[in-house]
Design a protein around this ligand. Structure first.
Ligand SMILES: Nc1ncnc2c1ncn2[C@@H]1O[C@H](COP(=O)(O)OP(=O)(O)OP(=O)(O)O)[C@@H](O)[C@H]1O
Ligand SMILES: [Mg+2]
Length: 229
């Protein structure tokens, strides 16, 4: 059974008398351990699709089965529960707590999850080591480089051991060298069995993924295995 199963998913937005078809009957299956890039022009529906996959939003029509659970008609509470369990998010703007050091930022999802403090610390340290930041755990976001901040955000996304890592333009605020380092980290995480979906408009970034899905006007225009450079 696929980890992600989207069947004829549509998402419409009603703006007064205008109906915007952000996604039009999109079907997509993603297996455990895949590393996928979603590409497409601005306004094509990438973020809409990510929000649906990440259970931040629900479709207007169609069926979504995530890790063998049909989430299509779930209410917000149930959806939040699935989201916390299954999804780790990485954003373009890092979204770290400015006053908290790296360790505390990574511990946060575990605090919400009710994990005891010793285990929290242990797992946060493990996640920070996995992203190469074992020597920066007491640094606050403004005491780190952009790339290091994004690695803290990746560690935070992974600390709950989610089944999917979702990243919307994770390199958008980074220079190209630092962006490449984040993509190398994602490759490393993919090699270790993590399922990763990255939204990007940069071909260089997408090339790191193993499969590239291109979206245009709310439709999947192509879905191909990436050619490795
Ligand atoms: N909350 C909303 N209300 C109304 N329309 C929306 C909303 N969110 C997105 N849209 C519209 O849906 C379409 C798809 O938007 P989406 O944000 O998914 O694009 P995108 O591919 O992520 O673009 P970008 O590359 O600029 O981030 C656009 O036409 C957008 O204007
Ligand atoms: Mg977007």
């Amino acid at each position: 059974m696929s980890l992600i199963w989207l069947e004829k998913i549509s998402r419409r937005y009603q703006m007064g008398s205008e109906t915007i078809h952000a996604l039009r009957e999109v079907s997509l299956a993603v297996e455990h351990g895949e590393y996928l890039a979603i590409m497409g022009p601005s306004g094509s529906g990438k973020s809409t699709l990510m929000n649906l996959i990440g259970c931040l939003d629900t479709a207007t029509a169609g069926k979504y089965v995530l890790n063998e659970t049909d989430v299509s008609d779930m209410d917000d509470n149930d959806l939040a529960e699935v989201r916390n369990k299954e999804i780790g998010f990485v954003f373009q703007t890092f979204n770290l707590l400015p006053r908290a050091n790296a360790l505390h930022n990574v511990e946060l999802p575990l605090i919400y999850g009710g994990v005891r403090s010793e285990e929290r610390r242990e797992r946060a340290l493990e996640a920070l080591s996995a992203v190469g930041l074992a020597d920066r755990i007491t640094h606050k976001p403004n005491e780190m480089s952009g790339g290091q901040r994004q690695r803290v955000a990746v560690a935070r996304a992974l600390v709950n051991r989610p089944s999917i890592l979702l990243a919307d333009e994770p390199t958008g605020n980074l220079d190209s060298k630092t962006g490449a380092e984040i993509m190398a980290l994602f490759e490393n995480l993919a090699d270790r069995g993590n399922t990763i979906i990255v939204v990007t408009h940069e071909e260089d970034v997408a090339r790191h993924a193993r499969r590239i899905v291109r979206i245009r006007d709310g439709l999947i225009a192509s879905d191909e295995m990436a050619t490795r450079s």
